[in-house]
Design a protein around this ligand. Sequence first.
Ligand code: GCU
Length: 688
Amino acid sequence: MKLILTFVAALLCVGTLKAENGYDLWLRKHPANAVTITASKQSAVLAMAKKELTEGWLGKAGANIKLIVKADKDIKGDGFKINGDVIQANNDQGILYGAFELLRRVQMGVTTNNVLSNPSYDRRVLNQWDNLNGSMEHGFGGNSIFWHKGKDSLTVTDAERSRWRDYARANASIGINGSVIDNVNASPMVLSTPYLGKVKEIAAAMRTYGVKTYLAVNFASPIKVGGLKTADPLDPEVIKWWHAKAKEIYAAIPDFGGFLVKANSEGQPGPQDYKRTHVDGANLLADAVKPYGGIVMWRAFVYSATDADRAKQAVTEFMPFDGKFRDNVIIQVKNGPVDFQPREPFSPLFGALKKTSVMPEFQITQEYLGHAIHLVFLSSLWEECLKSDTYQEGQGSTVGRVTDGSIFPQKYTAIAGVANVGLDSSWCGHPFAAANWYAFGRLAWNNTITSDEIATEWLTQTFSPLAPTDQSLSSSTTDWHNGFLLPVKKIMLDSREAAVNYMMPLGLHHMFAAYEHYGPGPWYAPKGVRPDWTPPYYHKAEAKGIGFDRTSTGSNAVSQYKEPLRSTFESVDKTPEIYLLWFHHVSWDHKMKSGRTLWEELCYKYQTGVNQVRDFQKTWDNVKPFVDSQRFADVQTRLMRQTRDAQIWKDGVLQYFQTFNSLPLPPEIERPITTLKYIQSTPPLNIK
Ligand code: GCU
């Protein structure tokens, strides 16, 4: 800490801070001290490591840093050791990650001696939901950095190459080593030869920083691109087509990572269209990429239009196939059993598939958490999931440990995050949304790191004054620590629970307005729409009570959890209240641990959520002296909007539930400021 304090102290003086647009993310430019770097060998990736150290060195002037690529039994995969001014790794990428870690440690004032750091997962992958026409599915940071429409859609400019390199650099700085560069709702065209030409260019740019390229593929590609009559995975022509396509890809991109597949889900084609199974489909693609070391990430996000509880369907569909997938197939499982909600219990597939590789999928883009308008630090959500105990192999079988190879041997371990990156000058829209990109990378590297540590790192790198031209109105580092770091970190660490409180507390889920998934829409249920695409399917509010009965008297989703969780979730008294309405249908006057009735508790939670965001506003206003005017005003404006919309969530949901229970708001709860009719008639009351 001493170094950073001295450094910050040297830079703080009276004045105003230089405006920043956020493009440099957590890698802001600053004057560096002189340093000499010697490396045990030469390579493109090592050259990047040297460049980073030379341009970013804040340690002792004149230091001599040695980069040593040499196998060491303690170092695993892309891991590294740092000892003073020496970085050692098994491979060049390990050196690059070690270089970024050394720079971070120096900047944070943390020890640089006896550091051994090994990644939790081998493949740490972003999933870009980028469409080939340049739009993004639930992207809030502008259009795609990879694709655009128009006659020149396949010509590549230097500006694009440079953006892709900057993207890869930001990823490498937090250990991310792969990117799926197109949407899971994949266009078959990405596998056409002209598009593969562009993929090759993208791969070349990202390779500089050790980021592998992957493609999301459409299962019907043999028909749509290959002109075949079928995409049946057992058809010899189809098999031949995929093998030839893999050969074509690897000839152009020898280090290509592999395929990501969304099959037989939400209308996407898949093996079931031919009465074949997920195993048939996944293994076909796995065999095609296997000779080149490629993998197939096959998604478990499936739910048919049946009467079965949607939350149960992934387990029902995938468990019968445990042990039947090739060893280069990894089943990609969303953190919760439904869909990236503000809070869900962990997916019961984690730990249940014992003979199949499984990888967690998190959503970095804030589809269900306020888009680029709400400040919500998602690290807390992911940390909660990774630390959840599945009990599958006894106590301590956390989601993290059942997926990272600690408990089950997996040929490949992996983790995916649905990216929030776009063409905006700040990449992610909200200045604090970049913290979620950062947090995903840090947790993918170390799945036991805390959100508190991540927030401290990100805030220090993103906001501490760095350039001599930066002038703060504040005068000391203690002021910065107490006046900025601590209060803003508190906003970040409280922000996810605040969002749960004002959107859907106590286990409520999927109460969003349709399509945009931003504002409240618990009433949305037009005739003819699939019931599990409407919120009443999930909250089941009626005159007597509310909640989804997933116990043995209901859908029995609890049976998919291992004991003692099964009995815990079966019992209304033992179920943690954060999941109460996920597992139980309870009466409005059900007594909560606080002594309040369920209805009073719900009102109290919504009010708490609104109050929390109001407090975030005040805290932010107080930190004005420590933030440049551009980022200060940007966050201030978005917080204003977040507060208004938190209020709309509270007013909309509570007034809607009152139409069932006719109960008054408890005396201490603030009265609505917007009528239900207005909220319902102004869908989605949101975005622009
Ligand atoms: C959600 C999201 C879709 C997305 C899907 C998926 O349902 O709204 O846009 O395609 O998840 O993960 O495949």
